[in-house]
Design a protein around this ligand. Structure first.
Ligand SMILES: [Zn+2]
Length: 309
């Protein structure tokens, strides 16, 4: 199979995921966001999406915008790599980031420390059920792997772990793989969307288009939600707390300190000595604490019928 075909297949897969993730409603035509046109300068017509037009988060980390078509113009098309970052606004918030990604500007070194940057709305919060524990990541708008921008505060926002890894990363990886394999260029624009004067973005819009093959390899326009299932976020300040729906769920008769084994593939909860837990593939295995089990029940996990009679 040639490489182009592989990329097309991965895009189709992502699209299928998008469509199935929001219940196929994109096909019903009832939630496609309206598009607002904004002329940013005399050469570029930048079509951005308004937050009012984004459907409520419903369990999928991202939705397609404008039939998944990015809004680059003829004037944007170039095979010369560049990267542009907007100046921080009067609240210190990031704006549009725009790049033509090519191997010539991809990083050759491992990423350094970015801990000194405090994006707007930054709060250090931990939850046991969040991957890596920390709710917020310093989230690169244009991923480090694409342009090697490290501790650039015009490129870092307060983003949830969920948005970072489930929303944005698959798209960044797709671009990085494509550029490395083909040495083609990809126009890539990432726009954080803030509601009013909120310090934490509601989400980010990501648009990409592969230049040399007219979008055959890479073409998308998506919105990633800056949410974390199980956590309520005050986007004005970044403050956050456990979602009451999570704590009010059914009473669970599990010892708070018990160790339980999740099968992330079958979504079953086992006790450690259950044969189901012992025979499980290590790839699907996740060890959790009894006190967090309500969260996983909310996420659709069920008790194993063998060990939890
Ligand atoms: Zn079991």
């Amino acid at each position: 199979m040639n490489k182009k075909v592989v990329y097309i297949i991965s895009i189709v897969l992502v699209l299928l995921l998008t469509l199935s993730g929001c219940g196929g409603s994109l096909f019903n035509g009832d939630i496609l966001p309206e598009i607002d046109e904004i002329i940013t300068d005399e050469h570029t017509v930048n079509v951005t999406v308004s937050l009012d037009d984004i459907p409520e988060f419903s369990g999928s980390p991202y939705v397609a915008i404008n039939d998944n078509q990015p809004s680059f113009t003829e004037a944007d098309l170039t095979t010369e790599a560049f990267e542009e970052y907007a100046e921080l606004d009067y609240l210190g918030r990031c704006g549009v980031t725009f790049a033509c990604v090519g191997v010539e500007i991809m990083p050759t070194e491992k990423r350094g420390d970015i801990g000194m940057v405090k994006p707007t709305g930054w709060v250090t919060s931990k939850y046991d059920f969040v991957d890596g524990r920390y709710l917020y990541n310093r989230c690169h708008l244009i991923g480090y792997q694409l342009t090697g921008e490290n501790a650039n505060r015009e490129n870092l926002i307060t983003g949830t772990r969920y948005m970072n890894t489930e929303g944005m990363l698959p798209f960044e990886n797709m671009i990085a793989d494509y550029v490395k394999e083909t040495e083609n260029h990809v126009l890539y624009r990432v726009t954080p969307l803030f509601d009013g004067e909120n310090l934490v973005a509601s989400g980010v819009q990501m648009e990409a288009w592969s230049v040399e093959d007219d979008g055959d390899g890479i073409c998308f326009n998506v919105y990633c939600y800056n949410v974390q299932p199980g956590v309520v976020i005050d986007y004005a300040t970044g403050k956050n707390w456990l979602d009451e729906k999570t704590t009010e769920s059914e009473e669970v008769n599990v010892d708070k300190n018990a160790e339980l084994i999740l099968n992330t593939s079958s979504k079953k909860i086992h006790k450690p000595d259950c044969s189901g837990a012992k025979n499980m593939s290590e790839n699907n295995k996740q060890v959790v604490n009894g006190k967090d089990i309500k969260y996983y029940l909310q996420q659709g996990y069920e008790y194993c019928g063998v060990c939890n009679k």
